[in-house]
Design a protein around this ligand. Structure first.
Ligand code: PEP
Ligand code: MN
Length: 264
């Protein structure tokens, strides 16, 4: 089993995922970096709640071009500042091959989103990033496991062994949930690959009331981590408000997942 260390290149508290890790690694923070104040407040709150990595999108791949697109480079500066303040390593999305090195200057993990899950030039560029930063590769919303693993192979074959897989739900026919969380993929991936697996209960359900129970289910199914959207005032979030939870709710989830992990 591959063990990946997150946070080796910037001053912060590094975290390992995979291999013999004892407790699930929870990455949490807002969908999008909205302002300096919002990010620092959230970072401090998710840290108090027990998260070990801060998430936040600076470049947002929004479905509509008329929605908030993220703060871009300014958002990356804010993420770096939040890391300095809290010691949490940060994960953020990169959307284009030409931006990999820029994002890698600020991030501790490069996130590749579901919409770019088979963007082969981007996968190769992430694989070649000069710091060998870990890459969290989300499952394409209509990718089979084989397609997903071959996408991961592009990063590995380009020379970067640090790939974390993230199940974030697949497209189906029922609009009750945003996507369908495929929990079965976790034990299957443990058979098929040595890479660590995390689950995103936020984008997979799209509904905040489902986030706690699907987080517990993911850890029971032996996911090694979770990536969760949390916001100090979820109803006011500029992006993905319906699936965002409060830091207080996050703290309860983290405690519950620790209890479950101890039973495994
Ligand atoms: C995200 O995590 O910010 C995101 C956009 O997720 P996904 O790519 O899974 O939709
Ligand atoms: Mn989101």
């Amino acid at each position: 089993n591959t063990t990946i260390t997150i946070g080796e290149t910037h001053a912060c508290n590094p975290v390992t995922i995979g291999g013999e890790q004892s407790m699930p690694v929870v990455m949490a923070g807002p969908c999008a970096v909205e302002s300096r104040e919002q990010l620092i407040t959230t970072a401090q709150a998710v840290k108090r709640a027990g998260a070990r990595v801060l998430r936040g999108g600076a470049f947002k791949p929004r479905t509509s071009p008329y929605q908030f697109q993220g703060l871009g480079i300014e958002g990356l500066h804010m993420l770096a500042e939040a890391r300095e303040v809290t010691g949490l390593p940060v994960i953020t999305e990169v959307m284009e091959p030409g931006m990999v090195e820029t994002v890698a200057q600020y991030a501790d993990v490069l996130q590749i989103g579901t919409r770019n899950a088979q963007n082969f030039p981007l996968l190769l560029a992430a694989g070649r990033n000069s710091k060998k930063l870990p890459v969290l590769l989300k499952r394409g919303f209509s990718s089979t496991l084989d397609e997903w693993l071959l996408a991961a192979e592009y990063i590995l074959a380009a020379g970067n062994p640090n790939v974390i897989l993230c199940e974030r739900g697949i497209r189906s026919y029922d609009p009750q949930t945003r996507n369908v969380l495929d929990l079965t993929c976790i034990p299957l991936l443990h058979q098929l690959t040595h890479l660590p697996i995390v689950v995103d209960p936020s984008h997979s359900t799209g509904r905040r009331e489902l986030v706690p129970i699907m987080s517990r289910a993911a850890i029971a199914a032996e996911a090694q981590g979770l990536i969760i959207e949390a916001h100090p005032d979820p109803d006011k979030a500029l992006c993905d408000s319906k699936q965002s939870i409060t830091p207080t709710q996050l703290e309860k989830i983290i405690q519950e997942t620790h209890m479950i992990a101890r039973m495994l």
